[in-house]
Write a protein that binds this ligand. Structure first.
Ligand SMILES: [Zn+2]
Length: 286
């Protein structure tokens, strides 16, 4: 089911992980963002789009994770875009002869058999620094940052005042900084990403997270504050009290394990930094 949240912006929510697919339209043409997750849901999404008299003319994946870079033949053959970095990550992944097995291993077991992977990750990488999605519909600004994943992009649909946040600003999932990647300071990357979203929030009345409920302008601001407090807590090793962990929505109790993993890896990063060259014992530098 497609739910209209603003003029020309609709959301389809997957049963699994409350994953949101977003359809932006100008009354005739549609941009489909992060379509997912199962065959049945993607066929339903495509049917809903057609029922509104829309033709899918472009796709966009906010980042190179399995649940954001899917596609289905029923959506047609429109070009699918992502940032240059996101497309490069997915090209490298698909270049591995065993990529299907690797991706399948990471899928939720209850839907693993039903996630269409044939067209997964086949993105056209936009030139580095591209500022808008190349389509003729409502101007859709690309806000690239390295917070959650390499080449992660939020989208601001300016004239509709909707911020599509990718895997940030969720009411059910805590932030998941890219703590296993190669970036020297992934928590600062995340905070920089939040700053970018805070700037964009001045021009938005709605937020659609990758997972969870869309929110209004007040909710958008509150989620930026909550995500920043969470990430600063990880960075500083401080006490983190976040309702997404302490009072999770029914079915989201496992977010506690995501949180514990975040805390563990952030602590390891802090201790690695202490052991780094900048913190040699006093006297060692003369
Ligand atoms: Zn996701």
């Amino acid at each position: 089911m497609l739910t209209r949240i603003a003029d020309g912006v609709s959301v389809h929510t997957s049963e699994c992980l409350e994953t949101n697919s977003i359809v932006v339209d100008d009354g005739a043409a549609a941009l489909v963002i992060d379509p997912g997750l199962t065959n049945a849901e993607l066929i339903d999404l495509a049917a809903n789009v057609r029922a509104l008299g829309l033709e899918v003319v472009a796709g966009f994946a906010t980042h190179p994770d399995w649940d954001h870079a899917l596609w289905h033949p029923s959506l047609g053959e429109a070009p699918r875009y992502g940032t240059a970095r996101a497309a490069a990550v997915l090209d490298a992944l698909r270049g591995d002869p065993d990529w299907r097995a690797h991706v399948t291993e990471g899928l939720p077991p209850e839907i693993a058999h039903d996630v269409p992977l044939d067209l997964f990750g086949m993105l056209i990488g936009l030139p580095a620094g591209a500022s808008t999605v190349p389509w003729d519909g409502p101007l859709t600004r690309i806000l690239e940052h390295q917070g959650h994943a390499q080449g992660h992009a939020a989208l601001l649909i300016e004239e509709r005042r909707v911020l599509v946040a990718g895997d940030m600003l969720s009411d059910v999932l805590v932030p998941m900084p890219d703590l296993d990647g190669d970036a020297p300071d992934p928590l600062q990357d995340y905070l920089d990403g939040l700053q970018l979203l805070e700037q964009a929030a001045l021009d938005a009345d709605f937020v659609v997270p990758g997972h969870g409920s869309p929110g209004d302008a007040g909710e958008l601001r509150a989620r930026i504050v909550a995500d920043r407090a969470y990430v600063e807590g990880l960075r500083d090793g401080g006490m983190i009290s976040d309702p997404r962990i302490t009072e999770p929505k029914a079915g989201w109790e496992w977010v506690l394990y995501v949180h514990e993993g975040n805390v563990e890896r952030a602590a390891r990063a802090r201790s690695d930094r202490r052991k780094g060259p900048d913190s040699a014992p006093s006297g060692a530098n003369g």
